[in-house]
Design a protein around this ligand. Structure first.
Ligand SMILES: *[C@@H]1O[C@H](CO)[C@@H](O)[C@H](O)[C@H]1NC(C)=O
Ligand SMILES: *[C@@H]1O[C@H](CO)[C@@H](O)[C@H](O)[C@H]1NC(C)=O
Ligand SMILES: *[C@@H]1O[C@H](CO)[C@@H](O)[C@H](O)[C@H]1NC(C)=O
Ligand SMILES: *[C@@H]1O[C@H](CO)[C@@H](O)[C@H](O)[C@H]1NC(C)=O
Ligand SMILES: *[C@@H]1O[C@H](CO)[C@@H](O)[C@H](O)[C@H]1NC(C)=O
Ligand SMILES: *[C@@H]1O[C@H](CO)[C@@H](O)[C@H](O)[C@H]1NC(C)=O
Ligand SMILES: *[C@@H]1O[C@H](CO)[C@@H](O)[C@H](O)[C@H]1NC(C)=O
Ligand SMILES: *[C@@H]1O[C@H](CO)[C@@H](O)[C@H](O)[C@H]1NC(C)=O
Ligand SMILES: *[C@@H]1O[C@H](CO)[C@@H](O)[C@H](O)[C@H]1NC(C)=O
Ligand SMILES: *[C@@H]1O[C@H](CO)[C@@H](O)[C@H](O)[C@H]1NC(C)=O
Ligand SMILES: *[C@@H]1O[C@H](CO)[C@@H](O)[C@H](O)[C@H]1NC(C)=O
Length: 408
């Protein structure tokens, strides 16, 4: 990072004393940057098997015996970071998955098989009534430390409870501050798949990846109401279905999945979206999405922007404050970026690790300029032909990279 070194050299010279105070303040955090990790993503957490901080040895023993905990069936998906914790979504794709949202402390070194701590509590994860959390794929954290959770994976028979959005206050022990049940015509109570979310003030934009009615859902917290748009740009592309990750083929068409939003400093924010089995990426303005009347017709479709083609099929994506989009490139075990306001054909693969980055999925920024990404082999867990095994092979990883930016 040559610029940073130059800044550091500058601090050695007497010029420092004639710099305006504001610039001196800027130099302080930049100096730390030189000691921070640069370059590629490196693995910071890894798991062969996901396990928890059980409330008692008896509960653990009973859960193993009655198969309410089958270690090798637990999988990891969404990652977000707040203060000193990583939040991890644990989708209940298979049986024996007692916990669907958990935390692990931030770590300065590589750590293997850390136990996960159910969040906001064991009770909220294992509760049987519909106020407890059922099946979480992903979440996002807003500026006030409120985590917006998608409890909307209803592609299997884990629950009869309606798909919902739950807002938890991370500064108040994860107490529930808002819940919203999606109506059946927006998110089918059987089959719905709320997959990923971005927040825009009081609005959330959510990708719905179900096979029967995929689309982009807008939720207005102020109105406590949602609406949904559907378009062919959200559908799987047939020539993008067949690819292989870590020796395992993807053979399923998957519609709209990845979503990102441009920085809030933009007058008009763009919401980017792409199908998982798709090469093309699209954008749409938040002024269109926020307008329910406009979204209820067909006219909004003329506002869709076709950005271009990605380096390859991708799952999660994120844009930082600086307008850099990051997305995983599944068949290449890598991460690509694109700088907003440049033609999309400038997109480049910035990192690749064939030995570890198997299905880079969800992204999250911390407040210190690090970007986190989960790689999770998740296509295997969704494939009934894949037989899970309890062994020492690493299946889930969290990789981190210093970017010097934060989420937008
Ligand atoms: C899971 O963690 C508990 C401690 O909470 C430990 O006693 C148990 O052996 C662990 N099981 C596995 C399969 O790692
Ligand atoms: C299995 O055991 C755990 C721990 O005692 C208990 O919470 C759970 O309800 C049991 N599940 C079934 C299906 O019996
Ligand atoms: C529903 O479950 C939650 C979480 O387990 C619990 O706090 C709450 O008291 C339960 N509500 C009812 C009406 O049983
Ligand atoms: C889900 O439940 C329905 C009806 O109860 C049943 O027909 C179906 O086989 C179940 N699916 C799975 C994956 O268990
Ligand atoms: C959160 O929970 C802890 C331990 O249960 C308690 O000591 C603390 O006061 C709680 N904080 C708030 C803000 O409720
Ligand atoms: C929002 O809507 C849900 C129904 O999905 C309802 O239970 C809840 O009370 C509403 N919240 C507010 C603040 O109106
Ligand atoms: C994808 O692979 C399957 C099985 O290998 C094959 O039958 C199918 O024709 C392929 N589809 C495309 C579009 O290549
Ligand atoms: C919403 O869209 C409708 C239809 O295009 C338009 O008439 C109306 O002015 C828009 N509302 C806002 C607040 O922009
Ligand atoms: C990693 O895998 C990709 C896709 O199979 C391949 O194109 C690339 O050459 C591999 N890179 C290395 C360093 O082996
Ligand atoms: C990239 O796109 C720009 C603008 O759309 C175009 O002018 C340029 O020729 C393209 N470059 C390549 C290498 O395709
Ligand atoms: C922010 O983006 C600009 C290009 O728009 C780039 O020159 C700059 O280095 C970026 N800053 C960081 C911290 O990535």
């Amino acid at each position: 990072m040559p610029q940073l070194r130059r800044v550091r050299d500058l601090t050695m010279t007497s010029h420092l004393f004639i710099l305006p105070f504001k610039i001196i303040l800027l130099l302080i955090p930049l100096c730390f940057v030189s000691f921070a990790q640069e370059g590629n993503f490196t693995v910071r957490y890894q798991w062969a098997n996901i396990n928890y901080t059980w409330r008692s040895p008896e509960e653990y023993q009973n859960s193993v015996q009655n198969k309410s905990y089958i270690p090798e069936n637990n999988a990891m998906c969404g990652v977000k970071v707040y203060k000193d914790k990583l939040f991890l979504a644990l989708p209940r794709i298979r049986s024996g998955t007692p916990i669907t949202l958990a935390t692990v402390s931030k770590s300065d070194d590589l750590i293997t098989d850390p136990l996960l701590d159910p969040y906001p509590s064991w009770e909220m994860n294992v509760g049987t009534n519909c106020s407890s959390i059922k099946n979480i794929q992903s979440m996002e954290i807003d500026k006030n430390g409120i985590m917006w959770i998608l409890d909307g994976s209803r592609y299997n028979n884990v629950t009869n409870c309606p798909p919902k959005l739950i807002l938890l206050d991370l500064n108040n022990n994860g107490s529930v501050v808002h819940t919203y049940d999606f109506p059946n015509d927006i998110c089918h109570w059987e089959g719905c798949f709320l997959n990923d979310v971005v927040i825009d003030g009081d609005f959330a934009y959510i990708t719905e990846t179900s096979a029967d009615d995929p689309g982009l859902i807008v939720f207005s917290r102020y109105e406590n109401k949602s609406w949904k748009i559907r378009d062919t740009t959200m559908m799987p592309e047939p020539d993008a279905i067949n690819f292989t990750v870590n020796g395992w083929p993807n053979g399923k068409p998957v519609p709209i999945d990845g979503i990102a939003i441009s920085p809030e400093t933009d007058k008009e924010r763009i919401i980017y979206y792409t199908a998982l089995t798709g090469f093309n990426i699209y954008g749409i303005s938040n002024t269109v999405l926020k307008n329910e009347t406009l979204c209820s017709g067909e006219d909004w479709k003329q506002h869709i922007i076709h950005l271009g083609k990605k380096v390859g099929q991708s799952d999660g994506m994120v844009m930082d404050k600086n307008g850099t989009l990051f997305y995983g490139v599944l068949p290449l075990n890598g991460i690509a970026t694109w700088q907003k306001d440049t033609p999309f054909n400038t997109t480049t693969l910035i990192d690749q690790d064939n030995s570890s980055m198997h299905w880079p999925d969800s992204f999250g920024f911390d407040e210190d300029g690090y970007l986190y990404v989960v790689s999770n082999n998740i296509h295997k867990y969704f494939d009934p032909n894949y037989v899970t095994e309890f062994n020492d092979d690493i299946k889930f990883r969290v990789h981190i990279k210093y970017t010097g930016t934060t989420s937008c």
